[in-house]
Ligand binder design. Structure first.
Ligand SMILES: Cc1ncc(COP(=O)(O)O)c(C=O)c1O
Length: 379
C-alpha cells in the first residue's frame, strides 16, 4: 500500500475552487484540470518555510532554480539544456498567447491542433491571426496527426505550428518519429514550433517517454521552443508558474520582450514549490502515476462497457476524452450535468459530441461519478 493518501477525500467545497464551487453540492465536478490530491509534503513544507519567514517582497528566480530545472530536464527527458535557455512565465497559457503575439504578425497564418485545449485557438483569435486546425484523429487506438493534411493546410503566410504534447484531450504522447516528421515539415516550410508540454510528467503507460521538441536533434532547437510547468503533475496550478525553454536567443528575446512590464513574474511561492517538487517529489510522483493509472483503467473499462459511449486508450494525462455520438444527444455535457456530474463540454475543445472527464480524484468519487454517468446513459 502506498504511504501517500490519494484515497483520502479532502473537502474542497467553499474554498473558491473553480472546479468545486461552480456547480455546488449535488454535482460531482470532474471538469477543469486540477486534481483533488495534496502535493508532496516537501512542497507544503517549502510554503510553510516561506510563510514563517513572514516577508513577501519582490523575489527573483534564483540561479539555483535554473540549475535544478537543468538537472530535472536531463533526468526526466535526457535533454541537456543550458540555464540561459530558460525564462520564467506566470503560466503556460501566457506562453501560448505571447508566442503568437510576439512571433507572428497580422496577416500571418498558424497551424493549431484540433481537438485541443481551447487556448490554442484563443491565442490565434485573441491576436487576430488567421489559422487552420489540423486534426488529431484516432489511428491504431491513439490520437495523432496526419502529415498529408498538414501539407495541405500550410500556406506561404504560415509562420508557426503549435503542438500539444502530450495531447489534451486525446492523451497521446508523440513518438520521436512523429516529432521528427513535424520537425522536417516545419524546416521545409520555415515554420517555428511552439510546443506546450505541460502534461509531460503525466505519462501513464509504462515504457513510453516524453520527448521535448528541442531534444530530438536535426537542428530543431534552432526553430522550436517548449513551454513547461510542474503545475499539473504536482497539482499546484493555483500557484501560477511555468518556464520557456528556448535554445535560440533571438526567438527567446522576442517572446520575452514585454515580460515584466505587461506580464508579471511568477510569485515567490511558485518558485519555492517548483524547486521543492523537483528536488524532493519523486517518490510522491511515482505513487501518483500508479494511482492515476488505476483510475484511468477503471474509467476505460466502465465507459467502454456502457452502450453509446466509447473512449480510446489514454497514454498520458488524467483527462479522458469520451465519445458520446452514439447516444444521439444534442448536448452530452447537459445530459451528464442533469445526472449530477459536471464534465468539460467537448465543444470547448472543438467537438460537441464528446465530453472530457478529469479522473484526478479519489477512486471513491470517481466510482460515484461513473455510476451516475452509467445511469444517465441507460435511462
Ligand atoms: C495543454 C494545456 N496547456 C496549458 C494549460 C494551463 O496551464 P497554466 O495553468 O500554466 O496556464 C492546460 C490546463 O489544462 C493545458 O491542458
Amino acid at each position: 500500500m502506498s504511504i501517500f493518501q490519494f484515497d483520502h477525500v479532502i473537502d474542497r467545497s467553499l474554498t473558491n475552487s473553480i472546479r468545486w464551487d461552480k456547480y455546488g453540492p449535488g454535482v460531482i465536478p470532474l471538469w477543469v484540470a486540477d486534481m483533488d490530491f495534496q502535493p508532496p509534503e516537501a512542497v507544503i513544507q517549502a510554503l510553510k518555510n516561506r510563510v514563517e519567514h513572514g516577508i513577501f517582497g519582490y523575489t527573483y528566480a534564483s540561479p539555483k532554480l535554473k540549475e535544478v530545472i537543468v538537472d530535472y530536464v536531463q533526468r526526466m527527458y535526457h535533454w541537456k539544456i543550458q540555464p540561459e535557455w530558460i525564462s520564467f512565465l506566470p503560466s503556460v497559457v501566457t506562453g501560448l498567447h505571447l508566442s503568437v503575439r510576439m512571433l507572428t504578425d497580422v496577416g500571418d497564418h498558424l497551424l493549431i491542433p484540433h481537438p485541443a485545449y481551447h487556448h490554442f485557438k484563443d491565442a490565434a483569435l485573441g491576436a487576430q491571426r488567421d489559422f487552420s486546425a489540423y486534426d488529431m484523429h484516432l489511428r491504431n487506438g491513439r490520437y495523432t496527426f496526419d502529415i498529408s493534411q498538414l501539407e495541405s493546410l500550410v500556406r506561404p503566410q504560415t509562420k508557426l505550428i503549435m503542438l500539444c504534447n502530450p495531447h489534451n484531450p486525446g492523451g497521446c504522447v508523440f513518438t520521436k518519429p512523429e516529432l521528427e516528421t513535424i520537425a522536417q515539415f516545419a524546416k521545409k516550410h520555415q515554420l517555428l514550433i511552439c510546443s506546450d508540454e505541460i502534461h509531460a510528467d503525466l505519462i501513464l503507460d509504462e515504457g513510453i517517454v516524453h520527448h521535448p521538441i528541442g531534444s530530438i536533434g536535426q537542428g530543431v532547437e534552432q526553430f522550436s521552443f517548449s513551454l513547461m510547468s510542474l503545475n499539473k503533475a504536482y497539482n499546484f496550478p493555483g500557484m501560477g508558474m511555468s518556464w520557456l525553454i528556448c535554445p535560440h536567443p533571438e526567438i527567446q528575446k522576442k517572446i520575452m520582450k514585454d515580460v515584466h512590464t505587461l506580464i508579471p513574474n511568477p510569485n515567490l511561492f511558485a518558485y519555492d514549490v517548483t524547486q521543492a517538487a523537483m528536488e524532493h517529489g519523486q517518490e510522491w510522483h511515482s505513487a501518483l502515476i500508479q494511482y492515476l493509472r488505476q483510475n484511468r483503467d477503471q474509467v476505460y473499462q466502465r465507459i467502454n462497457a456502457i452502450p453509446g459511449l466509447s473512449m480510446a486508450h489514454l497514454q498520458a494525462t488524467y483527462l479522458a476524452w469520451i465519445d458520446c455520438s452514439a447516444m444521439g444527444w444534442p448536448d452530452p455535457y447537459e445530459e451528464f450535468l442533469k445526472a449530477g456530474v459536471a464534465l468539460s463540454p467537448g465543444a470547448q475543445f472543438g467537438d460537441q459530441q464528446f465530453v472530457r472527464l478529469n479522473f484526478g480524484t479519489s477512486s471513491k468519487i470517481l466510482d460515484q461519478a461513473l455510476d451516475r454517468i452509467e445511469k444517465a446513459c441507460r435511462q
